[in-house]
Ligand binder design. Sequence first.
Ligand code: PLP
Length: 400
Amino acid sequence: MSITRADFDQYMVPNYAPAAFVPVRGQGSRVWDQAGKEYVDFAGGIAVNSLGHCHPALVKAITEQANKLWHVSNVFTNEPALALAQKLVDATFADKVFFCNSGAEANEAALKLARRAAIERFGAQKHKVLSVLNSFHGRTFFTVSVGGQPKYSDGFGPKPAGISHFEYNDLKSLEAAIDDDTACVILEPILGESGVLPATKEFLQGVRALCDKHNAFLIFDEVQTGAGRTGSLYAYQHFSVTPDILTSAKSLGGGFPIGAMLTTADIAKHLVAGTHGTTYGGNPLGCAVAGAVLDVITTPAVLAGVQTKHDRFKAGIEKINADVGVFSLVRGLGLLIGAVLKPEYEGKAKDVLNLAAEEGLMVLMAGPNVIRLAPSLVIEDADIDEGLARLAKALKRFVA
Ligand SMILES: *Cc1c(COP(=O)(O)O)cnc(C)c1O
């Protein structure tokens, strides 16, 4: 049976527009397509393949677990889930963990928990959800409505009620929106999809204080920033602002689907047996892989390496930019990096992405004006250098 890109258009729901080539194999930070062409991977899925492709520790963990036990349902618990929960609790502010299968599901759980806890403590009126304009929290109907990007939530009929939005890095905007009926405030410590824009520490501290003043829970969506991406295990640790509820997915599974919601014992107690659930959440396979991911990522050498590699990327991009002059700035933390196109190249991120792919380099966009890099946290320096050389070629063609 011969499989081609054309099969996508014939057989798949057209909600994606994938590239013209089909990747078939990956090793470390290199990927090969059907034609045998090789790519350097600066995308890491979308901040997912935190240890690159086919990392030996992850191949070992999944193979061993695959020969033991795949699924038992949540009628039973299992060893990999309990081991992973303990690791997450030991490494964070949290006392309790809920497992699911994606970032959207983790946020769905966080929002449901926040509302339920707020309503049980203060009454039915305390249900308001505040979130950032142009943020991204996933594609379930609740999370996409919370996300504050109408282009993703319009056209599906009536939206969940009680959601309003404020401006990122603008405390006055939150101050105007929050009141004693606010159940929770949810935000990304770095706006990921919307341009790799980091929060300021003052903003996050101010948000924490406003939540405390109004008895609102603070939810950090760390689906993109978590599991080592910023050089801390979670970005809240970098900013020294602790949320009440935190969500994690993407890099946590290193390529295997898993999501997690972390919280304190005092809040967790509101999700009593029967109030929430998922069939696959906390399955032994996913938890075994995520456990191995955490074991590698939490070694000091890997976390420190994220910062060193950030510096190498930044210096490299700035050197290329001195020549081609397409970016106005390079921002982000750790290995979540955004290179912002100058006004004269506005809207052209997709062109850069396509040219990069032609040169054998996978990069991402974060909106139409930002090139986003979210590579493996253990990408080799040689791969960084080779990828940057290919980026330079692509950008020279872009400005030619
Ligand atoms: C990707 C992402 C999500 C959604 O995760 P899925 O696994 O696609 O459901 C939610 N929040 C943020 C910040 C993300 O980057």
